[in-house]
Design a protein around this ligand. Structure first.
Ligand code: SAH
Length: 254
């Protein structure tokens, strides 16, 4: 018999049902029975405490859980291409940002990167030029209940109103145009990371960093994630996975 995990309240997502095979079911209204393709879970069972094992009417097992940050994060609104978790991971690891850090990203897009980092750092600021994207970021900020995320309507190529930052991440079409702003915003030794999907942007950014006198270029990387399928002894890379996302260039203010 399968067993599943059911997840409980945070923001609008009340509970999560988590299955043994890793499948998750998000329960928004725990006052009604919840239907899945593996049968339904009655509202009385949905009211049980975190960690409870419950069964659907067809006998499938689920675990009831409270949603954690990552469960909710995976449900944010996304309009622009958002930065992937593998790329967020390397930014955190290479810069060592933590709960006392102050960081800024531009442009916000859907705010995926800004929201993830806000969850980790002391203060997160995000710059965006388009009102439609700012609305999405505001909705995601509410959805994740992030109090330390400041959303500003600003053009990173021309404006920098924040100072003494530990980290700035650029995800804009022409990142080399943001070098002056990055210099103004960062503290000495602060990190500048630029994410670009294609190589011409990466080349122009890195060459501008190398030719200028304000930053040291550390490295440019591409993170490749390959997921494996493991079913007893049928073990091989999955045929579908994350394709190319982008190149990440790391620099430090000198
Ligand atoms: N990293 C984001 C996605 C960014 S998409 C995420 O994870 O969700 C790129 C965004 O940059 C777009 O929303 C675009 O409107 C914005 N943008 C483009 N030029 C900009 C500029 N000069 N200043 C601020 N934002 C800019």
């Amino acid at each position: 018999m399968n067993s599943f995990i059911l997840v409980l309240p945070m923001a609008q997502i009340k509970k999560i049902l988590l299955a043994k095979n890793g499948r998750k079911f998000y329960v928004r209204d725990a006052s009604k029975d919840y239907h899945t393709q593996f049968g339904f879970i009655g509202k009385k069972d949905l009211a049980k405490k975190e960690g409870s094992a419950v069964s659907s009417n067809t006998g499938e097992a689920f675990t009831i859980l409270k949603p954690q940050f990552i469960d909710i994060y995976r449900r944010i609104k996304r309009d622009a291409q958002i930065i992937s978790l593998k790329d967020i991971g390397i930014i955190i690891a290479e810069t060592g940002i933590n709960k006392s850090s102050r960081a800024l990203d531009a442009g916000s897009g859907s705010g995926a990167l800004a929201c993830f980092l806000a969850h980790l750092v002391k203060e997160m600021v995000t710059y965006e030029i388009r009102d439609d994207f700012i609305k999405i970021v505001e909705a995601n900020k509410q959805f994740l209940n992030l109090k330390n995320l400041k959303i500003r309507k600003k053009d990173i190529y021309a404006e920098m109103d924040d100072k003494n930052l530990d980290l700035i991440i650029l995800d804009v079409p022409e990142p080399w145009k943001a070098l002056d702003s990055a210099k103004k915003g960062l503290k000495p030794g602060g990190f500048l990371v630029s994410y670009s999907p294609s190589i011409p942007q990466t080349i122009d950014f890195v060459n501008a960093v190398i030719q200028g006198s304000d930053f040291a270029h550390l490295k440019t990387v591409e993170i490749i994630e390959r997921e494996w399928q493991i079913e007893e002894r049928r073990v091989r890379p999955k045929t579908k996975g994350i394709g190319h996302t982008g190149f990440l260039s790391f620099a430090r203010k000198i």
